[in-house]
Design a protein around this ligand. Structure first.
Ligand code: SAH
Ligand code: SF4
Length: 363
């Protein structure tokens, strides 16, 4: 059965025209869906009962089912586990931040990009989420916490690579933009260049965040194998073409990319971009390579200070959700068997001398 949330809002009317009249009824349905996030026709209390029944025979409005949530972390954030109709499981995070609330959404039920520091990458590829599955996470969390729509921020930083699910992503953004301004929606990418170019062509592009994570091509290739497909210099060129303010995410790994000279190199790499860096101390997880550690607070401060002194605006995601394992994939990871543990064990770990910052300096 067709889920109406899978349609671009602009084609809802054409689809419903044969079933619904007069036309103002379609406006009512749109309002129930896009403003209120109704997940059943029964909820549409101002529609005639027969119309609700006939719609329910032809269409669905189903969202993923929330099956588990963590107890709130000290900062109030909570992680949700949703079950999809085919049994796949995905995660979302609710994060109250001052007056505003951010929800972090998944775009795929796994990720084929395979970054070595990421639990979602560790468990391997998963299918694209449908638009209904993406907006379902948003509306479900919004309802559960009675959040006023105008107080929401949306970030696609959960499981998956949003720009590898581009068409569905655009439909989901379009639906959510009925209540959330595009500049309050962030799409985070590992650097899929054709997707970045396509995003730039949208009438109202969302804010773009790019996971840079390393100050040079060599190290980026080690921890983000996608770099060999979309080289770092070409990625930077694409970000320049994008033309708008962006956020560069940078996962800090102790002794690997957190030295002051790495901050200097990062500042140089980003020169000429309208950019703010979001430094994310690595979130440890038993599924990830044991050498990967969160830097000490002193090392994080040193890194950030160096960036700032080199003229880069920088924020640090201190420990938001650390208690609830808020990096993507970690809740699902607790109860899941990896699809490719064997491959990973051989592939992930760079040679010891490559990880040693002193050694790097000497080269
Ligand atoms: N696929 C997209 C969006 C999801 S990942 C992307 O890669 O940007 C969202 C962010 O979480 C990315 O910046 C990624 O680098 C970061 N991340 C992944 N695993 C992490 C971990 N274990 N600790 C800290 N940050 C992590
Ligand atoms: Fe995929 Fe992003 Fe994780 Fe990389 S960091 S594996 S792109 S979800």
């Amino acid at each position: 059965m067709k889920n109406l949330y899978d349609l671009p809002p602009a084609s809802l009317e054409t689809t419903l025209r044969d079933f619904v009249s007069p036309p103002f009824r379609i406006r009512q349905i749109e309002e129930w869906m896009y403003v209120h996030g109704a997940d059943s026709f029964d909820a549409m209390s101002n529609l005639p009962r027969e119309l609700r029944a006939s719609l329910a025979e032809h269409f669905s409005l189903a969202f993923p089912e929330p099956i588990e949530q963590t107890t709130p972390a000290v900062d109030g954030s909570r992680k949700y586990l949703f079950k999809l109709a085919d049994g796949n499981r995905i995660e979302s995070v609710y994060m109250p931040i001052g007056d505003r609330t951010s929800v972090c959404l998944s775009s795929q039920a796994g990720c084929a990009v395979g970054c070595t520091f990421c639990v979602t990458g560790f468990f391997g590829a998963g299918r694209n989420l449908t638009p209904a599955e993406m907006v379902g996470q948003f509306f479900t969390i919004r309802r559960e916490h009675h959040i006023a729509p105008e107080m929401m921020n949306v970030v696609f930083m959960g499981m998956g690579e949003p720009l590898l699910n581009f068409d569905n992503l655009v439909i989901a953004l379009d639906i959510m933009s009925r209540t959330v301004a595009p500049k309050r929606m962030t799409v985070s990418t590992s650097g899929i260049i054709p997707g970045i170019d396509a995003l730039a062509k949208l009438a109202h592009p969302p804010h773009l965040a790019v996971s840079i994570n390393a100050p040079d091509r060599k190290r980026r290739e080690e921890i983000m194998p996608i770099t060999s497909k979309y080289p770092l210099d070409e990625l930077i060129a694409a970000l320049k073409r994008f033309g708008r303010d962006i956020t560069a995410e940078y996962v800090l790994l102790a002794g690997y990319n957190d030295a002051p000279q790495d901050a200097v190199a990062l500042a140089k790499l980003l020169r000429g971009l309208k950019v703010k860096v979001n430094a994310i101390p690595f979130n440890e997880d038993p599924n990830l390579p044991p050498w990967m550690k969160r830097p000490s607070d002193a090392a994080i401060d040193r890194f950030v200070d160096t960036l700032v002194r080199n003229g880069v605006r920088t924020t640090v995601r201190r420990s938001k959700g650390r208690e609830i394992a808020a990096a993507c994939g970690q809740l699902r990871g607790k109860s899941e068997l990896p699809k490719r543990r064997v491959n990973r064990a051989v592939r992930v770990q760079p040679a010891r001398e490559e990880r040693d910052p002193l050694h790097r300096e000497r080269r």
